[in-house]
Design a binder for this molecule. Structure first.
Ligand code: MG
Length: 384
C-alpha cells in the first residue's frame, strides 16, 4: 500500500502573532513545519511527503524543508478546504493508495500515532485521531452560563487524518465550499464511514502566541542537557588593564593578550562553544586578526550565545572559578556576578562564582598570571 503524507502549511497563521507565519516560526531552533516533516520523512510506512504552501512562501518553505527528501510543494487556495483539494489533485496523476492529511501547526505528532491511523485504514476508508473530552461542557451566551452539554459521545479531533486516496479525492471534488472544519467532516458529508483511533495529548495545535511559549518550554524540558567546559590563562604584566568578566579592577599589573585578555570571558566563550561542538575561541576570533586588538571580550561571548541560540540551545547555569594570587577579588565579587548575569540573561542563582588563590604554589601562586575555569549547562534541542 503506497501512502503519501500531505502536510497543510498554506495558512497565514496571523492569530499566533510574530512576524512570520506560524508554520515557519522557530520552535526549539527549527521551523514549526519541519517538526512534522521529519516525523513523516522518517516513518518507514510513509512513501512520500508533499507540503501545500501559500503563494509567496517558497523561500520560507525551502529553508524549513532543507535537506529532507520531499515531493515538490504545491500552492494551496483561499481556504483550507481549497488547499487540501489542490494537494489531493496534485497527487491524482500518480495516485497513492492512502493519504494522511496533517496540519503543520501540530508539530508534536508521534510515529506511534501515524501507526495507529495506518492500522485502522486497513479496515476503514476514513480514520481520525481523537481524544475524549474530560472537562464538563456548558453552553454560554456572553458571560452567562447556560445549560449543561452532555460530554458522553463527544471527542476532540486531531490530525493526521487518514483516508483511502480515491475516496477522499472524490469527496473533496463533490463537496461545496462551505467551510468544513477538517477532512473528516468532508468525508462524513460525502457519506463515507468515518472511525476514530486514540489521538495524543502532546499532539497540540499551535494557535495563539502563548501556545508557542508553552511548546518551547515543553520541548526544552524534554531536550537533552549538555555541559561545556572552558579554561583560560593569561600572564600578568605591567602596563595593561586588568579586566575580569568585563569588570575593570584596579591593579598594578594587567593581563597580557591581544584582546582585553579577559580570562573569565574567554573561558566562558569556550565553554559555550563546547556545548554545541564548535571549535574554540581562537578559531572564531584569531589573535592574528587586527579587529580583535584590545577588543571587549563580551563580544566573543555574545557571538557564542548567538551560535548556541541558532542550535536551539538555552543556557541554564554557569559555574565560574577564578584563581588569582593577587589582587584579592573579594571586593569585586558582586560586580563580577552582576555583569555575568547581565551578559548571559541569567538570574544570580544560576551563576556560580568562586575566586581562590593557589596558596603560593606554581606560576599562578607566584602571581605570574590568572586562570579561569568555566562550566556551562544548557538544554539543547535535538540536532537534526
Ligand atoms: Mg584567552
Amino acid at each position: 500500500m503506497r501512502c503519501v503524507a500531505l502536510v497543510m502549511a498554506a495558512g497565514q497563521g496571523v492569530r499566533a502573532g510574530g512576524e512570520i507565519p506560524k508554520q515557519y516560526r522557530p520552535l526549539g531552533g527549527r521551523p514549526v513545519l519541519r517538526h512534522s516533516l521529519e516525523v513523516f520523512a522518517r516513518h518507514p510506512r510513509i512513501d512520500a511527503v508533499r507540503v501545500v504552501i501559500a503563494e509567496g512562501h517558497g523561500v520560507l518553505y525551502a529553508e524549513a524543508a532543507r535537506g529532507l527528501d520531499l515531493l515538490p510543494p504545491v500552492v494551496g487556495g483561499a481556504s483550507r478546504q481549497a488547499s487540501v483539494r489542490a494537494g489531493l489533485e496534485s497527487l491524482s496523476a500518480d495516485p497513492p493508495d492512502l493519504v494522511l492529511i496533517h496540519d503543520a501547526a501540530r508539530p508534536f505528532l508521534g510515529a506511534a500515532l501515524v501507526d495507529r491511523v495506518l492500522a485502522a485504514l486497513e479496515h476503514h476508508p476514513a480514520v481520525l485521531p481523537a481524544l475524549p473530552v474530560v472537562d464538563s461542557l456548558r453552553r454560554t451566551r456572553g458571560e452567562r452560563v447556560l445549560e449543561d452539554v452532555e460530554r458522553g459521545g463527544l471527542v476532540r479531533v486531531q490530525t493526521p487524518q487518514g483516508f483511502v486516496f480515491g475516496a477522499i479525492l472524490d469527496a473533496h471534488r463533490l463537496a461545496p465550499p462551505m467551510g468544513f472544519g477538517d477532512d473528516g467532516a468532508v468525508a462524513a458529508w460525502a457519506g463515507l464511514p468515518v472511525v476514530h483511533v486514540p489521538g495524543e495529548e502532546d499532539n497540540v495545535k499551535l494557535t495563539l502566541p502563548e501556545d508557542f511559549a508553552t511548546a518551547e518550554r515543553r520541548l526544552l524540558a524534554a531536550a537533552p542537557r549538555r555541559t561545556g567546559q572552558g579554561i583560560d590563562l593569561h600572564r600578568l604584566v605591567p602596563g595593561r588593564r586588568l579586566v575580569l568578566a568585563g569588570v575593570e579592577i584596579p591593579s598594578e599589573l594587567g593581563l597580557e593578550g591581544h584582546s582585553d585578555a579577559d580570562v573569565v570571558l574567554h573561558a566562558l566563550t569556550d565553554a559555550i562553544l563546547g556545548v554545541i561542538g564548535a571549535d574554540d575561541i581562537g578559531c572564531h576570533f584569531p589573535p592574528s586578526d587586527p579587529r580583535w586588538q584590545d577588543a571587549d571580550s563580551a563580544r566573543f561571548v555574545r557571538h557564542a550565545l548567538e551560535l548556541l541560540a541558532a542550535a536551539g540551545g538555552v543556557l541554564e547555569h554557569v559555574d565560574v572559578t577564578i584563581l588569582a594570587e593577587r589582587p584579592r577579588l573579594g571586593p569585586y565579587r558582586a560586580a563580577i556576578r552582576a555583569n555575568l548575569c547581565r551578559l548571559l540573561g541569567l538570574e544570580p542563582g544560576a551563576v556560580g562564582l568562586k575566586a581562590g588563590s593557589c596558596e603560593g604554589l606554581g606560576a599562578i601562586g607566584r602571581g605570574e598570571g590568572i586562570v579561569a575555569s568555566v562550566l556551562v549547562t544548557c538544554r539543547l534541542a535535538a540536532p537534526t
